[in-house]
Design a protein around this ligand. Structure first.
Ligand SMILES: [Mn+2]
Length: 311
């Protein structure tokens, strides 16, 4: 499969690299890892993400500024990264071959070639395997992107997807001159005051139920206005809820125009990907999400508890 994917890349000249809407570090890092490599192969490459503005915290990634919000006119191959279902790319169905590079257990295999390995700690680890299997050597800019993606998806090597592959991958990337301390500083020590205020508000609004085993908070549109925080700042808020000693299941409801985006996190027992899939979303065992098109927050919480078999 890895060979076949590379042959397809070699045979194409106008290639789009696209990651999921509301991208995280794995989405952007995986996508940007391939950008300079395909460029150096003489391909016309466009990196696309439909979200504007992009989360600024990833602005240190090489070629971050090359990402465009729209597809170019002529394309012979699309490669998607870290995206469990086609709709999360935010584009219309295209009559163009697609390589789907991912590690979500819930991936719907929407590609013509699907490089999906759910044992991988990050989509970027699948990208590294693609490069290795095809004899492509690592360069520093590429290693920085792959490492950033890996560090983010493993919670800096702390979540339970932190397996031996994560450390083996990391050591290869550091050998290729990725700088772990630099990357950690970029991601962890450049918070905006607005983001810290959104976190404070999350703690203020936190509700604990089921003997404090479940923690949830609702962030309204107004909360983002009040704090000046960006939607991407809320990723940290759901992890903050999970960090409470008693919490096994953390739920964050983020208001959108027509409903809520729901983020789920668990510590050790509850498979939140299963809950998310049954609500039309997807993700991983310990981190998943879905969206709803109504604003009845009590109903949303009750449904989650029922699916988690906690009600
Ligand atoms: Mn990922």
């Amino acid at each position: 499969m890895y060979r076949e994917a590379w042959q397809r890349i070699e045979a194409s000249s106008r290639i789009v690299l696209i990651s999921h809407i509301n991208p995280d570090g794995d989405a952007l890092g995986s996508q940007l890892a391939l950008y300079p490599i395909l460029k150096s192969m003489g391909k016309k490459v466009t990196a696309v993400n439909r979200t504007t503005p992009l989360p600024i915290r990833y602005d240190f990634l090489p070629n971050y500024e090359k990402i465009r919000p729209a597809l170019p006119e002529h394309i012979d191959l699309i490669i998607s990264f870290d995206c469990g279902s086609f709709d999360r790319l935010g584009i219309e169905k295209q009559d163009i071959p697609l390589i789907n590079i991912d590690h979500h257990i819930t991936n719907t295999r929407y590609g013509d070639i699907n490089l999906i390995d759910e044992t991988m700690p990050s989509a970027s680890s699948v990208v590294l395997k693609l490069l290795e299997e095809n004899g492509i050597s690592l360069r520093r800019d590429v290693a920085t992107c792959i490492y950033t993606a890996l560090a983010e998806d493993t919670g800096f090597f702390s979540y339970d997807n932190t397996n031996i592959v994560a450390f083996e991958t990391a050591s290869k990337l550091i050998a290729a001159k990725a700088d772990p301390a630099f990357i950690a500083r970029q991601l962890k020590e450049r918070n905006s005051l607005a983001k810290l205020r959104l976190e404070a508000l999350t703690v203020q609004k936190l509700e604990l139920i089921n003997h404090a085993m479940v923690g949830y908070a609702v962030l309204n549109l107004d909360d983002f206005k009040k704090t000046g925080a960006l939607r991407s700042d809320s990723d940290a808020c759901v992890n903050l809820i999970r960090s409470l000693a008693t919490v096994e299941l953390a739920i964050l409801l983020i208001e959108e125009q027509e409903g809520f985006k729901v983020s789920l996190r668990s510590k050790t027992r509850i498979d939140v990907s299963r809950i998310a899939v049954s609500m039309g979303g997807g993700g991983h065992k310990r981190a998943a999400g879905f969206t709803v098109r109504h604003k009845n927050t009590e109903k949303i919480i009750a449904e989650i508890l029922e699916k988690a078999e906690l009600s």
